[in-house]
Design a protein around this ligand. Structure first.
Ligand code: SF4
Length: 355
């Protein structure tokens, strides 16, 4: 088909038609995985996986009504709310993440949109994490353009803001902010020069057509997101989506493969829901082009596979963590591998046991 031949030519396209995306979803499974694997091998080292660690820096009491989220103040999930962590606690966690082999440290706060003083506190965390030689990522809800610029000035590398699902299915999941609100935040982030991390959640009761529409929207943004997290719904008792019929795992893998083909240079992250996946299913996701994971036994407020389990999985599959790019702090001379606080080469990075 035309889309696949374009991919073979090595172009990155943002003009995919919805019909092309739907056609990819309809390919026989083996054909789809084969195409995705070829794209993956053309653009990335096939056995390397980017490793991030995610820390909840402010937990619960969120005013939004995302139907999957235990942090919404509207649902009784037994989650204990926590105030914004202090900077030193965040930096302690970042040092531990670095010691365990993470190259990116993501900070998540359950806000609708951050207030001025909250943003200032997060900016201080970003500066501190950056000084440790880690890439930084934050997810703080909706941002105004000047807020995105403030985060950029603090040295933020990535901002996560997911579209969650298709525009058509979105209203069944969230009513307190619009799809356009999300697109506006993504534009503010892009305009500020911050890399975009944006993906969705599967298994919320959406159809294959919705999954195709979500990926079509992501792949036709002015620039592809640098990171595309593909989450599987973690069902939490007390949230409206608890009890939703589970997704066929092959449909999850299909979505990863289509994302890899549509957005060939993006890191596709196998994100929430990994603790419910077998090693074999995760291996299939890597084969389909997933090349990023969250490492650490908590993902904001839900479980993630234990570090030991991930290390064993990497060993069994002959996979290794991708080396981090050397971050550049705005206004400072670019760091080199020699001046970086703990320079690492690909050979020196490994998933380490907690010490
Ligand atoms: S997903 Fe984010 S915005 Fe939605 S309720 Fe949870 S913390 Fe709030």
């Amino acid at each position: 088909m035309a889309g696949l031949s374009f991919q073979r030519s090595g172009q990155v396209r943002t003009d995919w038609s919805l019909e092309e995306v739907r056609a990819l979803f309809e390919l026989p499974f083996a054909d789809l995985i084969f195409e995705a694997q070829q794209v993956h091998r053309r653009e990335f080292k096939p056995n390397e996986v980017q490793v991030s660690t995610l820390l909840s820096i402010k937990t619960g009491a969120c005013p939004e009504d995302c139907a999957y989220c235990p942090q919404s103040v509207r649902y009784d999930t037994g989650l204990e709310r926590e105030a914004l962590l202090d900077v030193e606690t965040v930096l302690e966690n970042a040092r531990l993440a670095r010691a365990n082999g993470a190259t990116r440290f993501c900070m998540g706060a359950a806000y609708r949109n951050p207030k001025r003083h909250q943003l200032a506190a997060v900016a201080e965390m970003i500066r501190g994490v950056r000084a440790l030689g880690l890439e930084t990522c934050a997810t703080l809800g909706m941002l105004e353009p000047e807020q995105a610029e403030e985060l950029k000035a603090a040295g933020l590398d990535y901002y996560n803001h997911n579209l969650d699902t298709s525009a058509g299915f979105y209203g069944k999941v969230i009513t307190t902010r619009t799809y356009q609100d999300r697109l506006d935040t993504l534009q503010a982030v892009r305009d500020a020069g911050i890399k975009v991390c944006c993906g969705g959640i599967l298994g919320m009761g959406e159809t294959r057509a919705d999954r195709a529409e979500l990926l079509h929207t992501l792949a036709t943004l002015p620039q592809h997101p640098d990171s595309v997290p593909i989450n599987q719904l973690v069902q939490v008792a007390g949230t409206p989506l608890f009890g939703t019929a589970p997704l066929d795992p092959f449909d999850f893998v299909r979505t990863i493969a289509v994302a890899r083909i549509l957005m060939p240079r993006s890191h596709v992250r196998l994100s929430a829901g990994r603790s419910d996946m077998s090693d074999e299913l995760q291996a299939l996701c890597f084969l389909a082009g997933a090349n990023s994971i969250f490492y650490g036994d908590r993902l904001l407020t839900t479980d993630n596979p234990a570090e030991d389990q991930d290390r064993r999985l990497f060993e069994r599959l002959g996979m290794r963590p991708e080396a981090a790019p050397v971050p550049h702090i705005p206004g400072e001379a670019p760091m080199t591998a020699n001046t970086r606080p703990e320079s690492r080469s690909a050979d020196s990075v490994e998933l380490r046991e907690q010490r």
